[in-house]
Design a protein around this ligand. Structure first.
Ligand code: ANZ
Length: 848
């Protein structure tokens, strides 16, 4: 349609917003309730594309919505600007990572302004600014004081491509989360944050997020933390003073233990082998070398043949004094539990596979055919969904695991277990823990999959670790008045990855003094994982320019936690777990009064082109910046939001930007055509158009809160079409209902196409910004639904009639019918065996 100049409208309103700054969050004197809306901050790479456009469109929908609903909204933007891509790009170009980073940030800022995002631009932060990262250093030192930051030597994940260590969370299926290279193990001394101290709270507090975070993310975090509940049991070892402790989730099966297995790469295994014959030592060495070449994934895979070495050493079962041969085998991992297990082949599949491979005894101690009264039957399923628990009807002798090769993992009654005989699994676990505790040979225990967070990196472009290594071997914090400890100039430094931090090559920078003795000392050459930067940035926005503190607690109490956090599901564990951890630490320090950082989380799907995720490396990218010119910011946003539910992936090929352009032109034209004055009474005019307008005013808030943004756009399209019809063939352009519809359209359209909405608002005769006008309350008299009469039949006879809404659904109608007093009276206690429901008019119950 002629006349609608998308690009000119866009530029006009951006200039006005830049001048008036209408989206700055209200200060302390602002008495409106608050909402903190935040999009996961971008990494300043050079390839902003439609995937980013999607995420930031949703952020703006939510921020604008709460403003219309009368809230004081904080919606800030910043950049996660340390990290490897900048460093790698700089190495390729022989440039300074700083220059590459800040040039990209400038480009991003321009794009976000062109997109019409309603940010509070006064709070911008970049994590690579010394004003920001000095507070990372402050945080590190606080964790250090609390014993939550420590150094240890252990086998770590090493990315041979990026030449740096990685946290467990950054290893995906054995590969580097960032570059895809296969990760290897290397023994190194590194800095860790003690996230494992918080494992229980990180797990238990997920319950609070139930219903507010996507189920999938909650499940992934639960699995990642991986808490198992059971017992630690101490075994004496012949010829060794100290006992060996094993962790078991099935201490009830202790009588069925027939051997012990230790992780070949544990200190314990080496020690046990060392105390054995020369031949055993040799065989163990060979085996160990072989195991060290295996990945954790290989070791945990259940379908490969079991391997191991008998160490010719023996453990004593604390419950019955039996001698158990000790083996080293790769299916036991050194860093889980205690790196040793009591093997119960009858009831554990891995142990059974091993026992069958090496001809070790199998002793059944749980009769899984015995019924457990009062227990809810649990049917375990294998990967294909087939029940693995041998069903009732079989007798125990038919199920002998030694013969069938299938371990009996189900519930049942204990046998061959002395005092435990006859008990169910659950009761037997409780009893054995009591007995072991009384004897001092065991205790209730938990085990976690979660490991401490390895935070040091051997790369340049990150926060320097604020610690000093003294000549006499102490490690002490850089004195606080010397913070920020700034990065040295990158020029003249060799940034090429070589396995040690480039900062080590900055001779002068490395030299410092021991703050206690004044003797020469060295700095720590490593930098922090950038996930440290992003673990608390949402708090820095509360006073992004405050040089005196990381964040003011008073502002945190006012604004945080974040009400709506929006971003990609790729952060389900990494960033979101770290931010939750640091939040709890800050709570324990008394700096904030909440324990979860993000009250609700929205994960958007991906934007695909040619079936795969847009990316520069794949060359399938529609550039964010280019989309601002064609089809324009508003049309891009509308097309993306309309393309489907928030959490679904979008195929860019299926997205209709022309459809969005046409819709926006139609909406604009409606505003143009309105001929009544702004002071028209909102209570008159075409009743059917009014009903459509008011239904949308009533429904849109709920739809937005349920993130059904695409439905709101569809309903807006309906409203624009209905208004067009009223103008052309109905009440005409002067009808008050037409103005009312056009105004409501502008106000709601602001969530998706703010430039067009502002333009409409101006055309409709208003001065201020539509972006800040309060939501119009729907007129309840226009929302009354039509009602109809429904009949309820029982066994073919009409027993009751009900007055119900015309749009009632089957479930609701059946519920009303069942609850009706005449119906219950006619049933006289008989049971309904069949219900046929045809909304809105018929419910038919049968009782036989
Ligand atoms: C005896 C037993 C009998 C076990 C039985 C299971 C079933 P989750 O649930 O993953 O925590 N285990 C303990 N430490 C291990 C390690 N470092 N590497 C490999 N396996 C290890 O598993 C806990 C169970 O895994 C423990 O309970 C132990 O085997 C084994 F019928 O102890 B069980």
């Amino acid at each position: 349609e002629g006349g609608y100049e998308a690009f000119a409208i866009q530029e006009k309103w951006q200039a006005r917003w830049a001048e008036a700054d209408p989206f700055r969050a209200g200060g302390q004197d602002d008495t409106r309730p608050r909402k903190y809306v935040l999009g996961m901050f971008p990494y300043p790479s050079g390839d902003l594309h439609m995937g980013h456009a999607e995420s930031y469109a949703y952020v703006d929908v939510v921020a604008r919505f709460w403003r219309h609903r009368g809230y004081n909204v904080l919606n800030p933007i910043g950049w996660d600007s340390f990290g490897l891509p900048a460093e790698n790009a700089a190495i390729q170009r022989g440039a300074d990572p700083r220059e590459w980073t800040y040039a990209n940030i400038e480009q991003h800022k321009k794009s976000f302004r062109q997109y019409g995002s309603s940010y509070d631009w006064s709070r911008i932060l970049h994590t690579s600014d010394p004003e920001y990262y000095r507070w990372n250093q402050w945080l590190f030192q606080r964790l250090f004081e609390r014993g939550l930051a420590y150094r240890k030597e252990s086998p770590v994940n090493w990315c041979p491509n990026d030449q740096t260590v990685l946290a467990n969370e950054q290893v995906v299926d054995g590969h580097c989360e960032r570059c895809g290279a296969e990760v290897v193990k290397k023994k190194l001394t590194q800095w860790y944050f003690k996230i494992t101290d918080y494992a229980d709270r990180l797990l238990d507090d997920l319950n609070q997020l139930e219903g507010f975070w996507p189920q999938k993310v909650i499940r992934m975090q639960r699995n990642w933390i991986g808490r198992s509940v059971g017992a630690d049991i101490d075994f004496e070892i012949e010829g060794r003073d100290e006992k060996v402790t094993v962790f078991s989730t099935r201490p009830d099966t202790l009588h069925g233990a027939t051997f012990m297995v230790v992780a070949p790469d544990s200190d314990l295994a080496a020690e046990l082998a060392a105390g054995s014959s020369a031949e055993v030592r040799m065989r163990f060495q060979d085996y160990l070398e072989r195991v060290q070449r295996e990945t954790d994934i290989e070791r945990q895979s259940t379908d490969r043949p079991k391997t191991g070495v008998f160490l010719d050493r023996f453990a004593i079962n604390p419950i019955n004094g039996e001698r158990l041969p000790i083996w080293a085998a790769d299916y036991v991992l050194a860093d889980y539990g205690h790196g040793a297990v009591m093997a119960v082949p009858a009831h554990d599949q891995r142990d059974l596979d091993f026992a069958r491979a090496f001809d070790l005894p199998v002793k059944v101690v749980v009769d899984t055919t015995a019924p457990i009264t009062g227990a809810i039957p649990v049917i375990e399923l294998d990967d294909e969904g087939v029940p693995i628990d041998p069903g009732a009807g079989d007798s125990l002798s038919d199920l002998d695991p030694a013969r069938t090769g299938v371990a009996l993992t189900g519930d049942g009654r204990l046998i061959n277990s002395a005092s435990l005989d006859g008990l169910s699994k659950r009761n037997a676990i409780a009893r054995i823990i009591e007995e072991l505790t009384a004897a001092g040979t065991g205790r209730a225990a938990k085990s976690y999959r979660l490991r401490d967070w390895l935070i040091s990196r051997q790369r340049f472009w990150g926060t320097p670790i604020p610690m000093i290594h003294t000549q006499d071997g102490r490690i002490v914090p850089v004195p606080e008045e010397q913070l920020p400890l700034e990065l040295p100039d990158a020029r003249g430094l060799d940034l090429a990855p070589k396995g040690t931090s480039p900062l080590g090559g900055a001779r002068e920078w490395m030299q410092t003094v021991d703050p206690e003795t004044g003797e020469p000392a060295l700095r720590d050459p490593d930098t922090m994982d950038t996930f440290v930067d992003s673990s608390w940035y949402f708090l820095r926005f509360l006073a992004a320019n405050d040089p005196t503190q990381a964040f003011p607690s008073r502002e945190a109490d006012r604004w945080a936690p974040v009400d709506s956090y929006i971003g990609g599901v790729e952060h389900a564990i990494l960033h979101l777990l770290y931010a939750r951890f640091i939040t709890k630490v800050l709570f324990d320090m008394g700096l904030i009064d909440f324990t979860e950082p993000f009250s609700s989380l929205i994960n958007q799907g991906m934007v695909l082109l040619g079936g795969s995720k847009m990316s520069k490396s794949k060359g399938n990218l529609v550039e964010f910046a280019a989309s601002m010119v064609d089809p324009g910011a508003d049309a891009s946003r509308v097309a993306i939001v309309f393309a489907g539910p928030v959490e679904d992936d979008i195929n860019w090929e299926d997205v209709s930007t022309t459809g969005a352009q046409k819709f926006l032109a139609r909406a604009w034209r409606v505003a143009k055509d309105v001929t009544s004055a702004p002071d028209v009474v909102w209570a008159e005019g075409d009743a059917s158009l009014r009903r459509i307008t008011h239904r949308l005013l009533a429904d849109a808030p709920g739809l937005v809160e349920q993130t059904k943004f695409n439905v709101v756009v569809a309903r807006l399209m309906e409203l624009v079409n209905a208004t067009r019809k009223a103008i052309d063939t109905g009440a005409g352009p002067a009808d008050p209902a037409v103005r009312e519809a056009a105004e409501a359209t502008a106000m709601i359209l602001d969530l998706f196409a703010p430039h067009t909405a502002e333009e409409m608002w101006e055309i409709l005769g208003y001065e201020g910004f539509v972006g800040v006008v309060p939501w119009r309350n729907p007129d309840p008299t226009l929302l009354v639904e039509e009602s109809v009469t429904a009949v309820v039949q029982i066994d073919g006879k009409v027993r009751a009639t009900l007055t119900v809404p015309a749009r009632i659904d089957a479930t609701e109608l059946e519920k009303l019918a069942r609850a009706d007093e005449r119906v219950t009276r006619s049933l006289a206690g008989r049971e309904i065996t069949r219900a046929v429901v045809r909304p809105p008019k018929v419910v038919s119950f049968s009782t036989h």
